[in-house]
Design a protein around this ligand. Sequence first.
Ligand code: F6P
Length: 757
Amino acid sequence: MKSLKLAMRPAFFQMWRSQTVQLAKYGLFASIAAFLATAALAPLGSALIQDWSRRDVELRSTLVFNAVGMHLTGLLAANQRVQIDQLFERVASDARVVGVALCRGDGLPEYASKLMPSTLTCKGIARSEAESFSTLTVAGRRMLVGAFPISAREIAAHFIILHDLSYAEARGTEIRNYASALLVGIMFLSASLAVGLASYLARQWLKSFRAAVANAADTSIMATPGQIPGPFDSEIRKLLKKLDVSRNATDGEHVQWSKQALRNILNTDLPGVDVLVVANREPYIHNNGPSGIELQIPASGLVSALEPVMRACGGTWIAHGSGSADRQTVDANDRIDVPPVNPEYVLRRLWISEDEQDGYYYGLANEGLWPLCHIAFTRPIFREADWQTYKQVNERFADAVLDEAKSPSPIVLIQDYHFALLPQMIRARLPEATIITFWHIPWPNAETFGIFPWKEEVIQGLLGSSILGFHTQFHCNNFIESVDRFVESRIDREHATVCHRGNETSVRPYPISIEWPPEALASQDSVAACRKQVRNRLAVSDDTKLIVGIERFDYTKGVLDRMRAVDQLLIAHPEWKGRFVLLQAAAPSRSKLPAYSGLQEEAIRLADEINARYSDCGTAPIKLVIRHHEPAEVFELFRAADACVVSSLHDGMNLVAKEFVAARDDERGVLLLSSFAGASRELSEAIIINPYDAFAMGEALHQALTMPAPEQRERMRLMRARVSSRNVYRWAGQMLLDAARLRQKHRILRMASEPSQ
Ligand code: F6P
């Protein structure tokens, strides 16, 4: 799958950046053009001004001559020198006139006003028979010299008038400066306008980008009808849609989910991510045995599902160290690399005192929440002291998560009903963490859940999760109903999200499964060999039909009901007497609790009672084996059996059913499966039973024992295909893909809410 990171980030921001850069370029271009225009036009403007000023001065010179010419001619004719001097001084008194003179011949002027430059000779002044103008530089100043001929009454002379041109130059410079300042102003204004426009557009885009993200996030990628799309909307939708397309691609049945596929997801979609698992039960228990430290793999669906996932992902599994030799096998930080042979991840053990164990595990979790969530008609017990201990232990695990986290945003996979408060506690410590909580047991309807005294706290605790998973859609619906009834929040039923105190939780079904192919299968003998070995051990004939039931000794598993069904079978079909055995393997579990020890006693009593009833048949119909069975033994029993019975009164999923299917690579064997186990949603080719109906279950046992081989093959083939494709790597992979998408979505929302620069 293509990396989401690669898909999203560049597209939005390249777009924004390229538009801004484009506008900035326009601004720069306009500024340079304005500058060049200023540089080019300023000298031209100055020349025009000077030319215009000179013509103005020429006109003034002509006007002066026209005004005084006649009078001067008269004075010259009368040789009135004093009046001529006075006239010249009067004319020269004009501010712009430097001086006036009269030239006859080439020597010094005959008359000259006082300020007429003394160096000026008539020879140096261009004269002609018509008025003429020339320029001269006198004492560093530019002068316009006007020469007007006087030729009347035998007088031949030129009236000379000098104007200072420096004022025109000053005017030109002044105008050039004004023009430059004006152009610089225009340049500045146009650049500011361009930048302003660019930032306005950028802000508009950003605004529409945010709206589009919010809209896309809210509408789960689909456009709201009638909505006018912003410039980013379609782009964002396309990209977010890509995320969904990639989900569909990886969700599809055609994807072969494997350890490697899971690793690929981590590498491409969550590169370098820190994975932490929190589960009460540890995957490897070290106990002191008669021959030293012994390793035990617990009988736990949770462990058999999660352990292969951890082997694929690496990371740290934080669990209660419950083995008698657990402390001896950890390092100074309470860590141990596991599996013991070829370690692939770290197990961090947390020590819980006996009192804590009584309150948190036995009390609140297993006498309170367990019977509350399973409809098995065992009354839950709620004690305030247990609740307080449960809270304290959850806090301790939250601290351990903080200890083990290598980054502020790890992916934390919280397992089960032992940690209902932990999601919120981790959210408070690591707000950036992606918290995936998986509830391995059913979630009851809101009415049933309503009897739990701390219902609000538990719901709020769980709503600290980013993703909350259940096995089935039915349990998701029950949870959402409970939220609706007991907690103030915003529920989006279409997208199955709950928003509570600013945190959004996706509530999704992730049907748990098993490793495919299971590791325990690798070391198995042929089915024929297994059949023989097991029958030899049981001391029954080779043709004795064998039905197995394997689980923890738990009142939810319907062990007693299964025994009653055997009784019914033998009543209704006596031909099976002496030819059939139910091998019930039951691992002692939570035996400290009266409900469990009582069940064990009751099971022994009932098995004895039924066996006694058929004692004359040679083979006792029920063989009850109360001990822990290692996975290899379990798989041998599965392969040896003609049928496997899973008669849970209520079960989140039940992995025994899936393991039985996985063990039967010979495509034989019949599965009897309770309709109250989550697995019945997926394994519909099993014989579906109602454990409360002993008679019907007896008939189902008969059907299993008499099912023709082709029908067994047909059913088993379909179930194997389903379990192989919907294996535990898919379970984990879908959660991790959803986590990757969430992290991506949060990154986008964070980027959109960051202040624009
Ligand atoms: O069904 C819930 C569950 O956690 C299972 O996954 C597992 O098989 C069982 O309970 C284990 O119980 P415990 O850890 O108490 O032995």
